[in-house]
Design a protein around this ligand. Structure first.
Ligand code: NAD
Length: 365
């Protein structure tokens, strides 16, 4: 696997370093050939090259199988016009990579269940993944705009069967590898585009008889996410509903630093933690690297198709948390053991490789 690493700005550099270390340790153990090249993006790229997405970076990404991105954005450039800011580098990169399926996992870690805004007995055991269609729907539909007198504004919510089918297949494939349950979310009681969504998902479902499919209206889904998140495995939805539901699901986990995301289906897969460059804590060795490390795990599972190696990393994360190690953002109890970004990365790497060795040994026996 050729992996382009774009650490970016602020804590992006710190968390990505740890993710790459863990990825390399686990890949070595499982004999996975991962070739890593680093490129600049965002504010650091503006300073070095005058562009937030230099040509060399884009070419390097397009020649790779996957991109691991840290974060972009720096207060130094807050006064620039939106089209010149570091963040535009990331928006342009996403466009060039062409991914149409955005994956956002949200799960409860038994030892962090008290960090959730939900009562522990409701959130405990939650392990869901939202598949959001990313290139269609109302964010891109034409016509759009204002009337001449600016007393009216309009957008168009349009989906083709093709757009729905391709993202539905990704969601069914993922559900097949998990608990085999897919919830498709729409607003078919009101919207024609949602009726096509539902019909098309039903058609694709015929190819996946082993996956249980249910349909939910988006308002019901938003409600179930906070009253009974355990009922979900994979949630498939369009761009607008997915934008909202994935943030709702994210907040349930209680910490921004833990959350990973992937955008797949295009030329090159993109993995990025959900958080930004966190200038308030940048350079202090206190950022939580677990979201970035989870990205490395997702990359091994999705792009490299190396499930065991991916699971080893996830086991490492669980173990670190159950042993009580916490970066500052996760500390809730007096007996939590405070660790730095680097220490957290080192511990996950160690536990991940230990768990993999243990599994190997058991298989050999
Ligand atoms: P942010 O996610 O950077 O930070 C929000 C808060 O969460 C801060 O208090 C921060 O310290 C904390 N935080 C975030 N990640 C953390 C981690 N891993 N460990 C511990 N604490 C963490 O959002 P923001 O402050 O709104 O934005 C800062 C900059 O990041 C801006 O320039 C923004 O444009 C950019 N941004 C980039 C991305 C991206 O690259 N995908 C996403 C969001 C924001």
């Amino acid at each position: 696997m050729k992996l382009a690493v774009l650490a970016g700005d602020g804590i992006g550099k710190e968390v990505t370093r740890e993710a790459v270390n863990v990825l390399e340790r686990v890949s070595n153990l499982f004999d996975i050939d991962v070739r890593i090249e680093q490129f600049e993006i965002g504010a650091e790229a503006i300073k070095a090259n005058g562009s937030p997405l230099p040509e060399r970076t884009l070419e390097g990404c397009l020649e790779s199988d996957a991109v691991l991105l840290g974060a972009v954005g720096s207060p130094e450039f807050d006064d620039l016009l939106p089209e010149d800011r570091p963040e535009i580098g990331l928006l342009n990169l996403r466009k060039h990579l062409g991914g149409f399926a955005n994956l956002r996992p949200a799960k409860s870690h038994p030892s962090l269940v008290n960090s959730s805004p939900l009562r522990p007995e409701i959130f405990e055991g939650t392990d869901l993944l939202i598949v959001r269609e990313l290139l269609g729907g109302i964010y891109f539909g034409e016509p759009r705009g204002f009337s001449e007198d600016r007393r009216r504004a309009f957008n168009t919510l349009t989906y083709s069967a093709f757009e729905i089918e391709r993202v539905a297949r990704i969601a069914f494939d993922i559900a097949r590898d998990r608990k085999k349950k897919l919830t498709s979310v729409d607003k078919a009681n009101v919207l024609e585009s949602s009726r096509l969504w539902r019909e098309t998902v039903n058609n694709v479902a015929a190819e996946y008889p082993d996956v249980e499919l249910e349909h939910l209206f988006v308002d019901a889904c938003a409600m179930h996410l906070v009253t009974d998140p355990n009922r979900f495995d994979v949630i498939l939805t369009g761009n607008l509903f997915g934008d909202i539901l994935s943030d709702e699901a994210a907040v349930l986990t209680g910490s921004l630093g833990m959350l990973a995301s992937a955008t797949i289906g295009g030329k090159v897969d993109l993995y990025e933690p959900v958080h930004g460059s966190a200038p308030d804590i940048a350079g202090k060795n206190q950022a939580n690297p677990l979201g970035a490390i989870e990205c490395a795990a997702m990359c091994l599972a999705q792009t490299a198709n190396k499930r065991q190696a991916s699971e080893a990393i996830q086991t490492g994360v669980q173990k670190v948390l159950s042993e009580g190690y916490r970066t500052v953002d996760l500390i809730t109890n007096a007996d939590d053991v405070k660790v730095t970004t680097e220490e957290m990365g080192e511990l996950v790497g160690r536990y991940a490789t230990e768990s993999a060795n243990f599994t190997h040994a058991h298989r050999a026996v």
